[in-house]
Design a protein around this ligand. Structure first.
Ligand SMILES: Cc1cc2nc3c(=O)[nH]c(=O)nc-3n(C[C@H](O)[C@H](O)[C@H](O)COP(=O)(O)OP(=O)(O)OC[C@H]3O[C@@H](n4cnc5c(N)ncnc54)[C@H](O)[C@@H]3O)c2cc1C
Length: 416
């Protein structure tokens, strides 16, 4: 069924009797050509592009819970391509371009809103660094603009540009950045993958791999053994736990990241703003809530909830640039499990086990990567060769010392 304005009007006039479930609820078959583990944004996007772009057949996505219950439905919805390094910037710009056509492509309203993102500058050294980043973005075909304090004040009048502890000295803007309704991304990919014949099997946890003579023959699940010619793992925060079942120890740690939403307010924040002297970022949802977040909780965990010291830290960051935030009431907060890699960049690669492929290490920036990650992982699975935009995201970069350390933090997963 194709969604359209015409369809909405027709259904409104005929008692909404013609809507069908957005995807089927199939029982697993005994064997698939390709199994994707994880029904988050990356897993579902991979299945969608495998079927649509790479014409693969007999594909299943196995999800231990429900579609959209992981980080894809827990993040703060920001998309951007304001990266510095060569390994990253072309990939994230490819992703942003896919976001720009996504709703027409998969026929679903994901509320892609290119309202812009602004990284605030608080020191001269930071201005130098952001100018360099902006130039790298432009050289890679992305958009970037340095703004003065006066330009910022005009667009964001409530930011404290007068007597702040960390004065605002300008900002790096990417006008094509913005927000997307996160869970609609999971639903849109799920629906379109399903309509192309992909089996999306929820409540099906992968509990192990069947590996014989160095080849992966399928997966053990809570619904029994399911055979596969190829298996792709895309379980984000659960990556280390899942891959340990194939006796792999990943260069990765799992950490908690929290998100916060205030009560609904009238429009006050036209775009996404990030604080440059601490970790705080904020946007306003279409329902009016201020959506914000900051640092990781700072210790390894698989809990999808956080602790109060980080709440205080994030709110302090917000108050430093946006004092009016103190008058808003906090409505909701939650946590997600982040797959933090050693250099802060992801991995999309084959493993040493024949037929077993891996996608993960998205740290806290994987939502914006969803379309490109799905596309590049699908390319790898279908052609057994890395997509050019993801060619640097290999396991062996840690062995060879070819890190893609965007923040220059070294092997400190919690700092990336
Ligand atoms: C609070 C917060 C804010 C964030 N903000 C942003 C942001 O603004 N911008 C941005 O770009 N990124 C952001 N991120 C990061 C982003 O959400 C993640 O990097 C990205 O969603 C991870 O990919 P995914 O969608 O596939 O993960 P998930 O949705 O977590 O998908 C993984 C799925 O695998 C399933 N799974 C796990 N183990 C198994 C198993 N054994 N068998 C079967 N299924 C299994 C899980 O149930 C889950 O559904 C944020 C994350 C959080 C938590």
């Amino acid at each position: 069924m194709r969604y359209s304005g015409f369809k909405v009007i027709k259904e409104a006039l005929t008692g909404h009797k013609g809507w069908k479930p957005a995807w089927r609820d199939p029982e697993p078959q005994s064997h698939y050509d390709i199994i994707i583990i994880g029904g988050g944004g990356h897993g579902l996007a991979t299945a969608y592009y495998l079927a649509k772009e790479f014409k693969q057949k007999r594909i299943a996505v196995l999800e231990k819970g429900w579609v959209g219950g992981g980080n894809v439905g827990r993040n703060t919805t920001i998309i951007r391509s304001n990266y510095l390094l060569d390994g990253n910037e072309p990939f994230y710009e490819f992703s942003l371009k896919l976001w720009e056509g996504l709703e027409q492509d998969f026929n679903y309203n994901a509320m892609v809103s290119q309202r812009g993102i602004l990284n605030l500058i608080h020191s001269d050294a930071q201005r130098d660094a952001f100018t360099r980043r902006g130039n790298a973005m432009i050289l890679n075909g992305a958009d970037a603009e340095m703004l003065t304090t006066a330009q910022i004040k005009k667009r964001y009048p409530f930011l404290n540009t007068e007597d702040a502890r960390f004065p605002i000295k300008g900002g790096l803007a990417q006008h094509r950045g913005g927000t997307v309704r996160h869970d609609a991304v999971a639903w849109g990919y799920a629906r379109s993958a399903d309509s192309r014949g992909v089996d999306i099997i929820q409540n099906c946890e992968v509990t192990g791999f069947r590996i014989t003579n160095g080849k992966c023959l399928g997966v053990e699940t809570s619904k029994g053994f399911i055979g596969a010619t190829k298996v792709g793992c895309a379980v984000a925060g659960s990556s280390s736990r899942l891959m340990s079942k194939a006796n792999m120890r990943l260069p990765m740690e799992s950490h908690v990241l929290q998100a916060f939403v205030s009560e609904g307010l009238k429009p006050v924040l036209p775009g996404v703003v990030t604080f440059g002297a601490g970790h705080f970022y904020c946007s306003q949802s279409d329902k009016g809530g201020l959506v914000f977040g900051g640092d990781l909780d700072g210790y390894n965990s698989y809990a999808q909830r956080g602790n109060l010291p980080v709440v205080e830290d994030v709110c302090e960051g917000g108050m430093a640039i946006f004092p009016a935030l103190g008058r808003a009431r906090l409505l909701r907060m939650w946590g997600g499990i982040m797959d933090m890699s050693m250099d802060g960049s992801p991995i999309i690669d084959k493993t040493h086990i024949d037929g077993l492929y891996f996608n993960g290490g998205w740290c806290y920036g994987g939502f914006k990567a969803t379309p490109a990650s799905g596309f590049c992982f699908a390319h790898l699975l279908a052609k057994d060769a890395p997509h050019p935009f993801a060619a640097a995201y290999r396991f062996d970069r840690f062995e060879k010392g070819m890190m893609i350390d965007e923040k220059g933090m070294g092997n400190q997963p919690n700092l990336h």
